[in-house]
Write a protein that binds this ligand. Structure first.
Ligand code: URA
Length: 433
């Protein structure tokens, strides 16, 4: 078999055979296919697409390129959740404790921030002492004892995706639906859970900016999951506005605590209740309505907050910052961002809000950059609200005083204020199973 022939077949719109897809992934990971040939293949896929069968085979080949995690040591049904990435998305750290408090099992591998989007592992590491790299045996032990454990991805999980993603990033082939679906689902299949809830974000802060594209991606990923024998559901949720008010690592953990104390922002709480109910539903805990009620009760009773404390302590973290969030280190510099005119906020470019936070030090510009955990933004106003001239739109926090002016400029450009109000979009657009 020759890679040249496989590239030509896809370039001409052909459908690749199973052995061709498996050959190409296996040989690429072994280093026998050079990046220039794989780049040409990615571009051919970008333009010609892939059938559902081709995408399913590609996903399976990528999943099996490294370790397949064995979670059989954990009793009960293990449920995973994956977000396609957003700004202010701290949902994993709210819903994992809710699900565990209701008797579900969450053994989750999460990612770090990517571009303008934040990552759960970075947020967790803003809690002093928190371990996110835990050996498999201890990971399983913690889930059996507490019902939940959230760690970073193991080094050898879907290595084909790691190599391909780096290549896509520099060849303008990231935003291809079959390539995104195979990238996400290969890691989900390798992570070893029984069922998967996908939170597919849509809007200006998401990788998929349009609702149609998000629905197409969600359908493809659900089909891949089901084909692999995993019960899979996707929710399409709004990412045209940052989720909640906090953007940035420890600021988001404080919002997680507020939400688990039933004092969180309305949008964040509502999205989390939908996600947690669906995870419990997939775990066989009841109907969606019953699971919603259980989730609400887990917050109201304090049981979900208690689960977060248990998880943090089991992972070596200092839970005193959760018991009193004033114990988090504070950023030395802050600046209020002020409205220069009155009117309704009609749009927030959410990707730019993420970049404004990144500039303050809350994310990485380069892979090797370190994160300033106390940096970020607290929004005072969001889309739909009326502001007076001179009112505070947001507060910026950072350890780099020199970053304040640029961050402020980006945030102000991201916020559109107009005379007339707009109709708010729903938080949940669709449920796909
Ligand atoms: N997240 C992933 O893991 N892969 C993609 O291709 C896009 C987002």
């Amino acid at each position: 078999m020759r890679m040249y022939d496989i590239i030509m077949k896809k370039r001409n719109g052909g459908i690749l055979a199973e052995e061709e897809i498996r050959f190409m992934i296996q040989e690429y990971v072994l280093g026998n296919i050079p990046d220039y040939q794989m780049s040409a293949m990615l571009m051919a896929i970008y333009f010609q697409g892939m059938t559902d069968i081709e995408t399913t085979i590609l996903t399976d080949a990528m999943a099996h390129s490294g370790d397949m995690v064995d979670l059989s040591g954990i009793d009960g049904i293990k449920v995973d959740k994956h977000s396609t990435g957003g700004v202010g998305d701290k949902t994993s750290l709210i819903i994992a404790p809710i699900v565990a408090a209701c008797g579900g099992k969450v053994a989750k591998m999460s990612g770090r921030g990517l571009g303008h989007t934040g990552g759960t592992v970075d947020k967790m590491e803003s809690i002093p002492g928190m371990e996110t790299s835990i050996p498999q045996e201890k990971f399983i032990d913690i889930v059996n004892k507490t019902g939940l454990c959230v760690i970073g991805q193991s080094g050898n999980l879907a290595p084909a995706d790691k190599k391909l993603y780096a290549l896509r990033d520099v060849t303008a082939t990231v935003d291809s639906i079959p390539l995104i679906a195979a990238s996400i689902m290969s890691k989900k299949l390798a992570a070893g859970n029984d069922c998967i809830l996908l939170d597919v974000k849509t809007g200006s802060g998401a990788f998929m900016k349009t609702l149609d594209g998000s629905i197409e991606l969600a359908k493809k990923m659900v089909a891949i999951g089901e084909h692999a024998g995993k019960k899979t559901v996707a929710l399409i949720t709004d990412m045209d506005i940052p989720l909640g008010f906090a953007i940035g690592n420890s600021l988001e953990i404080i919002e997680v605590v507020d939400t688990l104390h039933n004092k969180g922002p309305r949008d964040l709480t509502e999205v989390c209740l939908h996600l947690a109910s669906n995870m419990l539903f997939l775990s066989g805990k009841g109907t969606l309505e019953e699971c919603r009620k259980m989730s609400e009760e887990a917050i109201a009773s304090g049981a979900a907050f208690q689960k977060l404390i248990e998880m943090v302590e089991a992972q070596g973290g200092d839970s005193s910052v959760l018991k009193d969030t004033n114990n988090f280190a504070k950023a030395p510099y802050e600046r209020k961002v002020i409205a220069s005119m009155e009117g309704y906020i009609t749009h927030m470019n959410t990707e730019q809000c993420g970049i404004s936070s990144l500039v303050l030090g809350a994310g990485r510009e380069k892979k090797e950059d370190s994160i300033d955990y106390s940096a970020g933004i607290i929004l005072n106003k969001k889309v739909g609200e009326y502001v007076n001239k001179g009112e505070i739109l947001a507060t910026l926090y950072t350890s780099k005083e020199e970053s304040l002016a640029e961050s402020e400029r980006i945030l102000l450009n991201a916020i559109k204020i107009e005379e007339k109000p707009i109709k708010l979009e729903p938080l949940i657009f669709a449920r796909i199973e």
